[in-house]
Design a protein around this ligand. Structure first.
Ligand code: NAD
Ligand code: TYD
Length: 344
């Protein structure tokens, strides 16, 4: 069991306007009142300040509109805000987009991470947590699970760029003894997820009785974890993790895509005839499954939200936040920045 804890005073969260980042900002503001957060985000299509409307009023929270590809800006922000810890989430995150446009994945996920590592080391940050994905391990057959020692074998441009970033982070630990941590998490679901990802896309289509596009035979397996449990895991690793270590985070909750889609339809009272099989994703990984034993034995962390409860909460959340969805579909959300901060 790890007992020493590190509580950051000035924490930089990158990508805090995205799905997991905005949930994490809310989580830390609630659970760590002694920590000041600087949320650094470029506000790509995936960043949405409406996710953080409540946080804006909190004196422990500040937003900076910056791109991690800008190396000078990274140095400036570390110094200006006296950053002592970083949780790095900013990334291009959607596999399908990485297939049609891989370049920006390398620029943001690899070069952007390099910029941050350099700046954080220069600023003598005490912790650097790289928020990684289980997709770097590749694809499993019907049995077996990914552990922290599973060799990296990424298959998509997205996972390849995330694996490259993880390798850089690891090199900063081994070469410079810079105190890095890496988490690798399974598929998240919950509030504020951009409706290009499976669950919000299916919920959004179902509410409009539009077809639900299932790739291939629908039997690909993902391990689903509620985003609040991921946030708790990230805070645990940042404050209690051992520098240089990798921690797998997962829900122990494997479902085929068809099981997930049918459950959504059931909860929404919509017919299964909406399911439409479409062409498979190129290089579609068959199965992911995370062994999170290390998180459980070292910290006593475990998922607290069952899939049944979490899915119901999520379907209810999107039902109660239809204007959030509609603003995204119409592109209106991208004008939110202007309303908050004036013209860019
Ligand atoms: P997301 O796409 O919802 O959010 C990404 C955020 O990063 C957005 O706010 C975007 O504006 C910002 N961003 C993108 N490029 C940037 C740049 N160049 N400079 C600054 N900001 C930039 O992604 P998410 O689902 O919240 O994932 C966050 C992180 O967690 C990613 O690193 C992802 O690889 C990792 N992850 C996600 C999952 C998942 O299931 N969603 C699972 C495991 C790990
Ligand atoms: P996604 O949410 O894109 O996450 P990831 O590919 O990173 O795991 O997709 C989850 C699963 O759902 C994946 O097997 C692809 C599948 N999928 C569909 O069948 N239809 C869709 O429209 C989408 C977006 C995904």
């Amino acid at each position: 069991m790890s007992s020493a804890t590190y509580t950051p005073r000035h924490l930089l969260i990158t990508g805090g306007a995205g799905f997991i980042g905005s949930n994490l900002v809310h989580y830390i503001l609630e659970h760590a009142p002694g920590t000041h957060i600087v949320n650094l985000d470029a506000l790509t299509y995936a960043g949405n300040l409406a996710n953080l409307a409540d946080a804006q009023k909190n004196p422990n929270y500040k937003f900076v509109h910056v791109d991690i590809r800008d190396a000078d800006a990274m140095n400036r922000i570390m110094a200006e805000h006296e950053i002592d810890a970083v949780i790095h989430l900013a990334a291009e995150s959607h596999v399908d987009r990485s297939i049609t446009g891989p370049g920006v994945f390398v620029e943001t996920n690899v070069s952007g991470t390099l910029n941050l590592l350099r700046a954080a080391r220069e600023a003598r940050a005490q912790r650097f947590l790289q928020v990684g994905t289980d997709e770097v391990y590749g694809s499993l057959g019907p049995t077996g699970m990914f552990t922290e020692t599973t060799p990296l074998d990424p298959h998509s441009p997205y996972s390849a760029s995330k694996a490259a970033a993880d390798h850089l982070v690891s090199a900063w630990w081994h070469t410079y003894q810079f105190p890095t941590l890496i988490t690798r998490c399974s598929n998240n679901y919950g509030p504020y997820q951009f409706p290009e990802k499976l669950l919000p896309l299916m919920i959004n289509n179902a509410r409009q009785s539009k077809p639900l596009p299932v790739y291939g035979d629908g039997l690909n397996v993902r391990d689903w974890l509620h985003v609040h449990d991921h946030c708790a895991a990230l805070w645990t690793v940042l404050t209690r993790g051992r520098p240089g270590e990798v921690y797998n985070v997962g829900g122990n909750n494997e479902k085929t895509n068809l099981e997930v889609v049918r459950a959504v339809l059931g909860l929404m009272g919509k017919p299964e005839s909406l399911i439409t099989y479409v062409k498979d994703r190129p290089g579609h990984d068959r199965r992911y499954a995370i062994d999170a034993t290390k998180m459980m034995t070292e910290f006593g962390w475990k998922p607290s939200v069952t899939f049944e409860t979490g899915l119901r909460m999520t379907v209810d959340w999107y039902r109660d936040h239809q204007s959030w969805l509609e603003q995204i579909v119409s592109g209106e959300y991208q004008r939110y920045y202007e309303q908050m901060y004036g013209r860019r």
